[in-house]
Design a protein around this ligand. Structure first.
Ligand code: FES
Length: 107
């Protein structure tokens, strides 16, 4: 489990944008979907590829893995189409002191 990590100021993560931050050894991709923040592990559940290399669709709230085209719902990490079936880990996000924060809350 990692401590809270500051991602950026809220003004630097606007609706439709995403940012990657490291929490200990865990890369985390943080999304602003329509004014709400969500965080997923930056690792495709299919073959461990970086999700952040793909395209965040701010209309559909999805990110598409650039390697084989699986899409994931950024709100809960579930896989929406093959070849990935397993969800991506979802992490907590908070807004404090004008900044966005996340952490790896797994044991
Ligand atoms: S590594 Fe992401 S779909 Fe294959």
């Amino acid at each position: 489990m990692s401590d809270w990590v500051r991602v950026c100021a809220t003004s630097e993560l606007l609706p439709g944008e995403m940012k990657v931050v490291w929490a200990g050894d865990t890369p985390i991709c943080v999304f602003n979907y329509d004014g709400d923040y969500y965080a997923l592990e930056d690792r495709c559940s299919h073959e461990d590829f970086e999700l952040s290399a793909g395209c965040f669709d701010p209309e559909a709230a999805t990110i598409e893995c650039v390697l084989h085209g699986s899409r994931f719902d950024v709100r809960d990490g579930r896989a929406l189409n093959p070849p990935a079936y397993v969800p991506v880990a979802k992490f907590p996000v908070k807004v404090e002191d004008g900044a966005v924060w996340t952490r790896d809350d797994r044991d």
